[in-house]
Design a protein around this ligand. Structure first.
Ligand code: SAM
Length: 280
């Protein structure tokens, strides 16, 4: 009986340019017992290009949970399993994360064959501060959910990275303008491909550019982090609205001026602060 140890190879594959394969990737694919792929037809093209013939098993959004048990059995049998997605790195806004987590939970050997991922290429080409970043993947499709997520990110200090689909880019940019107005941003599209393009501008500039000629292809949107004073760092943060207004009146402001200033500080409509002060 073959008692060699199994291994889950998380394989990064090209995201547009087949020359981005590594020697190690080809070696691992050659030696794998089975290739677990997001879309088997897509991966077959990659394998055919390099003349590699392997049994393929599909693992996509809808069957990933069911595949977990199968992959664990293969690994326990000592099989070499190569996990690939359609483009880039499995588990990064792509299926694979559950399979990886299960292998780790079962203390089975896991390794990564490094290579492309759109998040890294977009970051290094963005011209933004990349010393710290927050990867946000895809924003929710539902507009209300999306606005909620964006407002939670309003004071995020790290450069933010979003994956986006071309048919949603204009509405996403429009929503972002209400939260991140005036920020530097970058839109990186068709990375590693013939028509690779990176637009670096303010968010307003990118919106105008996209409005004039809606961009096509695969794209990543990056937005500069918050540079202001966070509301939780403001002197009034731990005060109630009443005490906040009173702090201004004690400094000599009229009640009306204090209400207006409090509303400005908190980003609230004046009427809301007025109600709190007068409905007592
Ligand atoms: N796992 C992939 C990775 O490691 O980047 C991401 C897969 S996710 C389903 C697809 C999204 O990744 C696209 O909508 C786009 O935002 C981004 N993407 C993938 N390939 C890209 C490319 N060549 N140029 C720009 N963005 C790309």
């Amino acid at each position: 009986m073959d008692n060699r140890q199994g291994m889950l190879y998380i394989c990064s594959t090209p995201m547009g340019n087949l020359k981005d394969v590594t020697l190690r990737l080809l070696e691992v694919l050659e030696e794998a017992d089975v290739v677990v792929a997001e879309d088997t037809r897509h991966t077959l093209k990659l394998l055919n290009h390099f003349n590699i013939k392997k049994p393929l098993v599909s693992c996509h959004e809808h069957n990933e949970q069911a595949r977990v048990g199968q992959v664990i059995t293969l690994l326990k049998e000592g099989k070499r399993v190569a996990l690939v997605c359609d483009a880039g790195t499995p588990g990064i806004s792509d299926p694979g994360a559950k399979v990886i987590a299960a292998a780790i939970d079962h203390s089975l050997p896991v390794t990564h064959i490094p290579g492309p991922s759109a998040v890294v290429t977009a970051l290094v080409l963005s011209g933004l501060d990349i010393s710290r970043f927050a990867f946000e993947g895809f924003l929710p499709r539902d507009k209300g959910e999306r606005m909620k997520r964006l407002s939670e990110l309003k004071e995020e200090r790290r450069t933010m990275v979003f994956y986006e689909a071309p048919h949603r880019i204009l509405s996403v940019l429009k929503d972002m303008l209400t939260v991140f107005s005036g920020r530097k941003a970058a839109l990186a599209r068709e990375l590693t491909k013939l028509h690779e393009e990176v637009v670096r501008d303010t968010l307003e500039g990118i919106y105008e550019w996209a409005r004039q000629k809606p961009p096509r292809g695969e794209m990543v949107l990056l937005v500069e982090g918050f540079k202001g004073t966070a509301s939780k760092e403001e002197w009034w943060h731990s005060l109630s609205i009443e005490d906040h207004v009173e702090a201004y009146t004690q400094k000599g402001m009229s009640t009306m001026e204090a209400i207006k200033q409090t509303a400005r500080d908190r980003g609230l409509p004046k009427g809301d602060v007025y109600k709190v002060i007068h409905v007592r």
